[in-house]
Ligand binder design. Sequence first.
Ligand code: CA
Length: 244
Amino acid sequence: MRYEDIDGWLYLQVVMFMKNTILIIEDETKIARFLELELKHEGYEVEIAYDGRTGCERALKRDIALIILDLMLPGLSGIEVCRRIRRESDVPIIMLTAKDDTSDIVMGLDMGADDYVTKPFAIEELLARIRTALKRSARAQARKRDTITAGNLELSRNEYKVTYAGEEIMLSKKEFELLLYLMENKGMVLTREKILEHVWGYDFMGDTNITDVYIRYLRSKIDQRFGVQYIHTVRGVGYTFRDE
Ligand code: CA
């Protein structure tokens, strides 16, 4: 296991064992209270919003790990709440719906809700769905942290893998490190000296033209091969990586 893998794995563990805050958006106080007790019993922190508008505001606070959203809300509908939250956040959303409301379920899923439970529900089922959604979301976050993308180009630090529109690009270790450095500093002009220091190390004693040589390799493997332009020359200074 490489260091980067351990790092990713630790991150996943931390995310999983953190005390997750669940936001309940439900106007029926009885159900909201019941859910609150059950969830607290399971070790979650709980917040309740009794209407859609308040729910939206709370949801966009950063510390919410998951949302239980009742679709039957007065005023701002559950579907609308879902749509507004999804515009700004990837937080997992589990909908509570009436059993016969297939069109609402479909609309909610289309709006980006992750899952649903129909009322009346068995609490064990809801808890299982919550655990699944939290796991999936932790994995997605770990993956997001590992990957850098620019248009169709995707680089995974842990897997040492680069793809363009899903097609793998075979790079040597140095080519990979150079591309990683360029992508991490997207939009910034990097001098040859900086690139040399970062990718080959301070004590590199070889020819400084090596950066130009490796930029040429990358261009032929990415820019020229796929008819795109990510790597730009800044005359007399160095190079810059820009989004396609
Ligand atoms: Ca309701």
